[in-house]
Design a protein around this ligand. Structure first.
Ligand code: AMP
Length: 287
C-alpha cells in the first residue's frame, strides 16, 4: 500500500499561506496536534483526520511551554524520521514540524489561561501545563485554520480544556475526541511507555486493572464514589513502584468531582510508576 510522503513544513507562515490557499479552493482541513514519537493512538487520530477531511495535517512539536522545569522535556523521545514513515503509511498530507524559535520567537509573551476545568486534577499537579497546551493549540488552530481538530480521550481533561477554550474564545473549529487505543493487555498507548523498565511495564498495568475494578463496582451497584476510590487506592498502593497522584470520579462534562454516582461518570487516574507519570481514564455508565 504505497502512499505519498507527507510534505514537511517547518515555517508557520508557509503552512499558514499554503493552507489558506487550499481553504480558498473549498478544501476541508483536519488537524492532529502531537508531540511526535507516534504510536497507533496518534495514528488513529490521523486516520480520522484523513477520512473526514480533504487535507490532513499532523503537527509534531515537543512544546516546551507545557513541561515544567522538573519534567521530561529534555529526554522526551524525538524520532522524526520514523514518525514521517508512519504518517506516510496513512497518507497524511502535511507534517508541520516547527522549531521552538519558530513557535516562540524572541519576545513571545502571550499566554492562554483557560481557567475553570484547567485548574483541577492535572492542573493542580502541573500548574503551568494547560496554559502551555492552550497556548500552543490556539496557535496551531490559527496557523492551520483547520475546520476540525482531533484529540485523544486518553488526555480526557485536555479535551475539556480545549473545548472550553474554543467556546470561550469563539474559535471557529470543531473538536473531535477519539477513543483510547490500548495494548492487548489494556495499557493505554503513550509515548512515555518507552521509559518503563520490564518490571515497571508490569506494574503499569494496574491503571487499567483499577479502571476495570471501578467499572465492575459501579456496574454491581456501588453508588458511593468514595468507596470506589478507596478500593482503587488500596489496589494501586499494593503495586511495587506505584505512587498515586490522583484518583477521581467526576462528571464527564464538567470534570467536577461526584460523591454519588447517578449518571455517566469518568474515572480518572494519574499514577507514577517509578519515574514515569502515567494517566488513564474510563467513562462508566451505571447499569
Ligand atoms: P501527545 O503526542 O502525547 O501530545 O498526544 C497527541 C494526541 O494523541 C493527543 O490528543 C492525545 O490524547 C492522543 N493520544 C495519545 N495517546 C493516545 C491513545 N493511546 N489513544 C488515543 N489517543 C491518544
Amino acid at each position: 500500500m504505497a502512499e505519498r510522503k507527507p510534505e514537511v513544513i517547518h515555517d508557520p507562515k508557509e503552512l499558514q499561506s499554503r493552507l489558506a490557499e487550499l481553504r480558498k479552493q473549498g478544501k476541508k482541513i483536519g488537524l492532529v496536534p502531537t508531540m511526535g514519537a507516534l504510536h497507533y493512538g496518534h495514528l488513529s487520530l490521523a486516520i480520522a483526520a484523513k477520512e473526514e477531511n480533504d487535507i490532513s495535517v499532523v503537527s509534531i512539536f515537543v512544546n516546551p511551554k507545557q513541561f515544567a522545569p522538573n519534567e521530561d522535556f529534555d529526554k522526551y523521545p524525538r524520532i522524526l524520521e520514523k514518525d514521517l514513515d508512519l504518517l506516510e503509511q496513512i497518507g497524511v498530507d502535511f507534517a508541520f514540524v516547527p522549531s521552538s524559535s519558530d513557535m516562540y520567537p524572541v519576545g513571545f509573551d502571550a499566554n492562554v489561561h483557560v481557567g475553570g476545568v484547567s485548574e483541577i486534577l492535572e492542573g493542580s499537579f502541573r500548574p503551568t501545563h494547560f496554559d502551555g497546551v492552550a497556548t500552543v493549540v490556539l496557535k496551531l488552530f490559527l496557523i492551520t485554520g483547520a475546520d476540525t481538530a482531533y484529540f485523544g480521550q486518553k488526555d480526557f481533561q485536555q479535551v475539556a480544556v480545549v473545548r472550553k477554550m474554543v467556546r470561550d474564545l469563539n474559535v471557529p473549529i470543531d473538536i473531535v475526541s477519539c477513543p483510547i487505543i490500548r495494548e492487548k493487555d489494556g495499557l493505554a498507548l503513550s509515548s512515555r511507555n518507552r521509559y518503563l523498565s520490564e518490571e515497571e511495564r508490569k506494574s503499569a498495568l494496574i491503571l487499567y486493572e483499577a479502571l476495570g475494578q471501578a467499572e465492575f463496582m459501579i456496574h454491581s451497584g456501588t453508588r458511593n464514589a468514595a468507596a470506589v476510590k478507596a478500593e482503587l487506592r488500596r489496589m494501586i498502593e499494593a503495586v511495587p513502584d506505584a505512587e498515586i497522584d490522583y484518583i477521581e470520579i467526576a462528571d464527564p462534562a464538567s470534570l467536577i468531582e461526584m460523591e454519588n454516582i447517578a449518571g455517566n461518570v469518568v474515572v480518572l487516574l494519574a499514577v507514577r510508576i517509578g519515574k514515569t507519570r502515567l494517566i488513564d481514564n474510563m467513562i462508566v455508565q451505571p447499569k
